[in-house]
Each structure stands twice: as C-alpha cells, then as structure tokens.
Design a protein around this ligand. Structure first.
Ligand code: GDP
Length: 363
C-alpha cells in the first residue's frame, strides 16, 4: 500500500490527527516524545462512487481502497544530529511515500509549545531544515565514496558526481531537493537516492476548534510559505476531526453540514495525499463485490489487472472500460453499452481515475 507519514514538532496535534484518521487508539498526551514508536494505521479512502455502484450492483460486499498512515513522533530541532530520537525517526520518514507535516496554529496556554511561542512558519522551517540537513549528510557520504571510485573517470560516475554536487549546492541553501530542477537523466539518478526532501509534502495547519484563525495574518503567512514551496496547505482542526470520527458514521454528515463543511478535514487530507502521490482510483463492480483500487497515474491496464490477481495480468486479453460518470448518468451497464460507451482497451491503455473496469483474461 501507499504510506503517508505524519511529522511535525511535538504537541502540534499529530497524534490527535492520527487517531482521528485511523480512529485507532495511539497514545495522546501533552508530553513531548510520548509517541515513541511509529504507529501505523490503515485508512479507507472515502469514495462516494462506491455508494453509487453499490446501489447499482447490490454486491455481497464493498471494499474501499486504503492508504497507510504512520505517526512519526520525535522530530525536534537538532534531530539530524541525533537530538530527540534523531536518526531513528529519520529512518521512518525514509520509508514513507509522502509526508504530511502538521503545523500548529492553535494557541492554548495549557499545551506547551516546544519553542515557547506559536510561529507556524518557523516550525515549518525547523522541520524542513532537519530534513535538509539529514539529506546533506547522506549526499556528502555518497560524494566521499564516489571520490574514491570516480578517479577511473567513467562517464557515468562523473555525471553522478556532478548531480550529487548540484544537489549538495542546492541543499546547502536550505532548500528541499524536490524544488531543484535537474535534467531528466539526473532526475532519474536523484530518485534513486532516497532523499527525505524529495518526497511530496502536504502541509496541514492545525487550527483551534472555533476555527478563529481562519483568515488571520498568521495563517496567511503560513500559506505564503507553503506556496513558495509549490505545496498545498490544508486547514483543519484536529480536535474537531477527532469529534467527527467519534460520531457514528450516519451522524457525521449532519455535523459537517452544521459546520458548513462539504468534506471532513480527514477526507481532504486523504484525497490530497492521493493527489500529491499521483495516484488514481479505478473501480470493479459485480454481484460479488464492488471495489476501489489504487494505482499510480499512467499505470497500463495489464499492470492494473495485476493488482487484482497476477493471473489476470499474465493472461490479460483486454479491459472493458466504462467511465463512472457515464454509468452514473445512464444508470446501468446495459444503457452504457447501448450508447456505445463501453470501450475495449488493450495492453497499452493507461488506466484513468474513475474507470469501471472488467478485465478479460485467459488462464
Ligand atoms: P503531538 O505531540 O504532535 O502528537 O500532539 P498531540 O496530538 O498529542 O496533541 C498535544 C496536545 O494538544 C493534546 O493535549 C491535544 O489534545 C492538544 N491539541 C491538539 N489539537 C488541538 C487543537 O486544535 N486545539 C487545542 N486547544 N488543543 C489541541
């Protein structure tokens, strides 16, 4: 599955958000380093299309697609040089596909801020700096190793050295690797380096439960800092999210309506996480099961079929594809066929978001 790691300074609301996302029971306390072990939770991706398919197919069961969320605690100033939990949690960050950075905007005298005051832009920079420093360390190690072997002068090694040097110069300016434009071949090499600041980041501003900071100057400055990084900022109240997730599902809608919210913050986080990871959802529908599946954008039909079963990938003949929107509008598979909107796609077809697919294969 795809993993998103939640990071941020202590006491910004990571665990609260994590618990709300996973409705799990990770320990929450007003105590830095409380959540020492990374907690992993599995979060179903909310998808209204599944409900509609259920109404059309009356399946025995419905299965959403999932993302994994990891609560990574222990990130503090100096972490890259071993402060706090240091390298331990940097390793956890290394293994996730995307980073959700929670930034504290809510003010509450009862909840200690590790730096003594609410300054979201500075918090964002502290975390970013630690990740940049960690990357700088690993680039320098690689460069040293290469110095020894690159004497031979092979073109490949020289180009690698050049790339490393370029990335190093960039990181030294305090900038995350993802913001460096490299030539395509060099980009490929960069992708193999496992850099922390290469991973896509989603910023989450944790505001008070009365949402009083929305439209404030503090939030505005944070938004500017996030935009400067070509990233997205979502504003949520972790407390409200935990209230929502504690409600029985059938009461959530009414509560959101009351707050004037179309989607819960958690839904926005999961959807945005999906989008920064470049993932798409395709659907399968039948009497047995209606199900959502996740693949990276551009995945070809046979590979997508392989998500369901390796036999289907191996024996792939073709994909019969309906657009969910057509099915939704016309109300049945039969009607979609009659309109000539069921398409037969071959091995070179990249699966699109919202495709309702039936794979033909031979055994
Ligand atoms: P973590 O250390 O980043 O995981 O932070 P926690 O989720 O453990 O939260 C630290 C404390 O802040 C807890 O007591 C939370 O109840 C509290 N907290 C989290 N979000 C909010 C919020 O939006 N408003 C207020 N007042 N407190 C919050």
């Amino acid at each position: 599955g795809f993993q998103c790691g939640i990071v941020g300074l202590p006491n910004v609301g990571k665990s609260t958000l994590f618990n709300a996302l996973t409705s799990g029971s990770a320990q929450v306390a007003n105590f830095p380093f409380c959540t020492i072990d990374p907690h992993v939770g599995v979060v179903p991706v909310p998808d209204k299309r599944l409900q509609r398919l259920e109404d059309l197919y009356h399946p025995k069961k419905t299965t959403p697609t999932f993302v994994e969320i990891v609560d990574i605690a222990g990130l503090v100033r100096g972490a890259s040089s071993g402060e706090g939990l240091g390298n331990q949690f940097l390793g956890h960050i290394r293994s996730v596909d995307a980073i959700i950075q929670v930034v504290r905007v809510f003010d509450d005298p009862d909840i200690i801020h590790v730096h003594g005051k609410i300054d979201p832009v500075s918090d964002l920079e502290v975390i970013e700096t630690e990740l940049v420093l960690a990357d700088l360390g690993s680039i320098e190690t690689r460069l040293q190793k290469l110095e020894k072997t690159a004497k031979s002068g092979s073109k490949d090694l020289l180009s690698q050295k050049e790339s490393l040097q370029e990335i190093k110069n960039h990181l030294e300016k305090g900038l995350p690797a993802r913001l460096l434009d490299l030539e395509p071949e060099k980009q490929e090499f960069r992708n193999t380096l496992g850099l922390l600041t290469q991973k896509p980041v989603l910023y989450v501003a944790n505001v008070s439960d009365d949402l009083s900071e929305i439209g404030s100057e503090v939030l505005d400055r944070l938004l500017k800092a996030v935009e400067k990084r070509n990233a997205v900022l979502l504003t949520v109240s972790a407390r409200i999210e935990s209230e929502i997730s504690a409600l029985p599902p059938e009461e959530r809608r009414a509560f959101l309506d009351e707050l004037g919210m179309k989607e819960s913050g958690l839904e926005r986080i999961v959807h945005m996480g999906y989008s920064i990871l470049g993932l798409v959802t395709f659907l399968t529908a039948g009497e047995d099961e209606v199900r959502a599946w996740t693949v990276p954008q551009g995945t070809l039909a046979p590979k997508a079929a392989g998500k369901i079963h390796s036999d289907i990938e191996r024996g792939f003949i073709r994909a019969e594809v309906m657009k969910f929107d057509d099915l939704d509008r016309l109300g049945s598979e039969k009607a979609v066929k009659e309109k000539g909107l069921l398409r037969l796609e071959g091995k070179e077809y990249p699966i699109q978001d919202g495709d309702v697919v039936y794979f033909r294969f031979h055994v």
